[in-house]
Design a protein around this ligand. Sequence first.
Ligand code: PHE
Length: 461
Amino acid sequence: MTATSSIHGMWSTRLAFILAASGSAVGLGNIWRFPYTAGEYGGGAFVLVYILCVVLIGVPIMMAEIMLGRRGRRSPINTMRALASAEGRAPAWQLLGWMGIVAGFLILSFYSVIAGWTMGYIFRAASGLFTEIDATGAGEMFSGLIGDAERLLAWHTIFMVMVVLVVARGVAGGLEKAVRILMPALFVLLVVMVGYGMQAGDFDTAVAYLFEPDFAEFQGKAGEAILSAMGQAFFSLSLGMGAIMIYGSYLKRDSSIAQNTMIIAGLDTLVALLAGLAIFPIVFAHGLAPDSGPGLIFQTLPIAFGDMPGGSFFGALFFVLLLFAAWTSAISLLEPLVAWLVENLSFSRVRASVLGGLTVWLLGIACLLSLNAWSEVKIFGKGFLDLFDFLTANILLPLGGVLIAIFAGWMLSRASSSDELQMDDGPAYRLWRLLIRYVAPIAVGIVLLNAVGVLGWIGLG
Ligand code: PHE
């Protein structure tokens, strides 16, 4: 049960793993989704609940995912099957892997569409279209893009091709090379943007907005706000669907899971907060609305870029950054399925990547049409894109997370988990075990059950 390597390859160094896993974690979730979701729920209180979720639920579950992956050394489905059998548990635990594949499919299908918006904006910025644009102009630019199904399809197609190309080259060849260059570049560019916000934006208001919790903002929608903060934590940390599990399966045994997790979760949170600090000063300086939804960064940033010297350059650079971040996340969404196709159906990596990519591409078409031609088609009051986003981030990922916590905390023997985590029975291991056995499953369980109640009420009403 303690295979030393994966048939799919291994990360060459510990740093390669950290870069890849943070590449998976840091993405549209931090820069596009975090600011607009925080804005929807009034800022500070949401940010506080979000951080609590990262620390108390995200960190222990991330450790569990890496641990299970490294112990199983296979795709999440086969890892769960193998571990369940080794520990004398029901084979049905492999369903966890299947659920993750479904979640990954759904996420990637809309993720690719949003990554497409990003690509469209690189060219809009570079060709000077942001120059002296006002709120109305920026709003029109955004609705013009999302109303244009053909353009969205073109970008979505290009992005999926980019994803398939990297995944097809495999762990060391494709994924690792890509993240080595992209991650550090991304970080530097984000710091530059925060610098601009400090200098030209309303930085003090933004800091107060993000870091002074005002729970009055939750009035009447506390359940929904907490569900969203928790869902955002799962989404942003790439937890609950097997992405981090499969990355863990390529990790060598001589590396501390606890330390790696702290670094990855810390980086991810830092990038989300930096994104907030880059975006909200601009939002407030220009009297824009923090709660303008998924279009937030696309409707607000062009105004700022249009107003700053060198804005065409900085604007293009920012959206390039976002595209890179999205790319390194997207490859991890496809990897669990590709590994499974290679293991079970003896597909070549190339064939598996193309097949997976094609299926996601088709599903993505439903997402992009829901923004225009199919805008009338609603399920539970949501179009496909919003529905997939809500269903995955707020329901499927937390559900996957609870199951991972239960498996790691209750099904896996104490000996196995302390062996794989390479932790003695000291305070750190005990704290992890307390969080994974009780805190995480109970907290996520309560929030989910509450949401199902709320959902039933809305859905039937
Ligand atoms: N964490 C990624 C982001 O923030 C999205 C993601 C979710 C990636 C789940 C993999 C698995 O953009």
